[in-house]
Design a protein around this ligand. Structure first.
Ligand code: FES
Length: 184
């Protein structure tokens, strides 16, 4: 069994004791200042790094593309208002004997989605009752103007290509523009 020897407590004279105490508190203060300096430096580095990350990954709104391919012209029956793209794209494609046009399925009153009523040969808005002929022209309810037509062309691969970024308004005489109607 080992016995530990305790170091005898040395009682310093009062003036040495005061000096030692002062030195200890000076060291504590220096250590504290040292730590806070490092915390400051690391904090600034972190803020700088965050700023750099924001620069690398800016806030960008990813919007769905305006264009979409709508299949082959042969997929559309002559005389039909095709509703297959209403849910995903809010677009009707109308096939006539001579060609195609695309209507944007957004009511020109307050933006609801009208429904195609085949039996009545019209589009009817469920919100406030506006009605539009199959051409897109408004004829009842509060809608102030016709539905908008969209650019429709043939893509290189022969499919219909609709561009929702390019609209044609009847009241501006734009429905007669070449890309507002795809002639076959
Ligand atoms: S939003 Fe269509 S009639 Fe009002």
């Amino acid at each position: 069994m080992t016995t530990r020897l305790k170091a005898p407590k040395v009682k310093l004279p009062a003036e040495y004791e005061a000096e030692a105490k002062q030195k200890r508190s000076g060291m504590d203060r220096r250590r504290f200042l040292n730590y806070s300096g490092w915390v400051g430096v690391l904090g600034s580095l972190a803020v700088g790094l965050l700023g750099f990350m924001r620069f690398l990954f800016p806030r960008v709104l990813f919007e769905p593309p305006n264009e979409f391919k709508a299949g082959s012209p042969a997929d559309y029956a002559v005389g039909a208002v095709d509703t297959r793209w209403v849910i995903s794209q809010r677009v009707w494609i109308i096939r006539e004997e001579q060609g195609f046009y695309a209507l944007l399925a957004i009511c020109t009153h307050l933006g609801c989605t009208p429904k195609w009523l085949g039996s009545e040969d019209k589009f009817k808005c469920p919100c406030h009752g506006s009605g539009f002929r199959r051409s897109g022209v408004n004829f009842e309810g509060p809608a102030p103007r016709p539905l908008e037509r969209l650019k429709i062309v043939l893509a290189e691969d022969g499919q219909l290509l609709i561009d929702k970024g390019k609209i044609f308004r009847q009241e501006k005489g734009e429905w007669t523009r070449p890309e507002a109607y795809l002639s076959l």
